[in-house]
Design a protein around this ligand. Sequence first.
Ligand code: ASP
Length: 503
Amino acid sequence: MAGATTGKILFGMLVGVVVGVLLMYFSPVPLQPGDTVRILGADGATLWEGKVAKKIATETDAGSTTPEGEVLLAGLSEDQALAALSQRGVQGTAIQLVNRESMASAAVMPPITTVLYIIGQLFIKLLKMLIIPLIVATVLVGVAGLGDVGKMGRLGKHTLLLYIGTMLVAATIGLIMVALIQPGSGLGWTSGGADAESPTVQDLILRIVPDNPLGAMVQLDVIGTLFFTILVGIAVLKLGKHKCAPFFNFFEALNDIVYVLVGWVMWLAPLGVGALLAYFIGIQVPEYISGLLASLGKFAVCVAAGLLLHFLFLTVLVPLLAKYPPFRFLAGMSPALATALGTDSSSATMPVTLTCVRNLGVSKRIAGFVVPVGATANMDGTALYEATAALFFAQAYGVDLTIGQQVLVVFTAVAAAVGAAGIPSAGLVTMTLVLTAVGLPLEGIALLFAIDRPLDMMRTAVNVYGDGVASRVVQTWNPDIRPEEDDIATAYEEVEPSAAYGD
Ligand code: ASP
């Protein structure tokens, strides 16, 4: 079953890549609101450079300039834009894309791209729809099913150890890669002093406890929901099976129901992941990408090489700590890896990750705790990325970081990764923590947004893989929590209330 799903998802990815490349060349996206473009004259000289206005151009106003000095070209192809401009006396021969605000979205798209976008987004929404019911049911059943608080403590310790340990290794790998590849040296950036929004450490800590647990669930606040559910699970453990039977059994049933729903969504994964990839590739502009690669390519290579190295490190932990065949593990995790690549989100991938680790012989009581916590807090790929980016900025701005500052980068990178939500580009937002800690300017982050999508795909896959590895290791370290006994362990029998209070 898992093998068949993996094959189908890989096939879906392959088709997605091919369709995406075809679209990129044969059905390019028109100019987008917010694009910065350069209009070139016959001799290659720049006639005009500026922003495409947010408003979509119509037949009558195309090519005109807004009071803000932006030009109405959004929604036009290159040829249409040149024709509109020439009617207004600007005889350009070519348009170059200088900057696109985000590589992840297009506001105006050709019809096939729109269809792919809808399919991909529906797939992400289906996964997201399952996140809260899944967290509430799996965490409750997982924690309350452990039987005693001591086991919960042991599981918590093991999980924490693995999560923090692997993230520290990841951030250190990032640091070493930058030192070896030197992606930023010689760039000679200067700081303009512009500031980005920066979440503080206290913001991140205060976010853990929700004001209102139902509000947290309604707002898809994964951390708040997780915190509340773990507490309730521990309370059920304390009270004992009998007293909480009706409550527990309800969530046990919900757990099984949600897994059936996850199975249905997984059935759509080849189409969903394929559409996401095709869309993402289809909206790219080849010349613009090559320009970006020329300026930030070394940084991207550095991140990709570091992530690959960490992926290998995690894979080595599978036979070493989990005593489990690494290739079987890799094959079993591949649906989750593919979903992470497509969705850019550990949280959206969580339903798939849970199913994968359970297929890899992890008890639902272990998976129900380790995976949801991991999807929100364990982000090896993000930790590596944060450290790599900080050191890259230091090189680019010509700032020499002391050994002490580099150690600080490693620790704050881990904190920033823990604090990052499991959603696309979240790591870029918490990166401000790392940069602020060592006094680097924050404005470089804006530049990384342009190339974030492919890097986010890779780091999200590593984040999810780390959760899978930790689940398998924790299972091996806790052989007494057997998957075969899940159903016996979680069978809560109802008793008469009077008897319950009398025991
Ligand atoms: N997208 C990543 C995740 O969901 C977080 C990040 O931006 O690094 O795991």
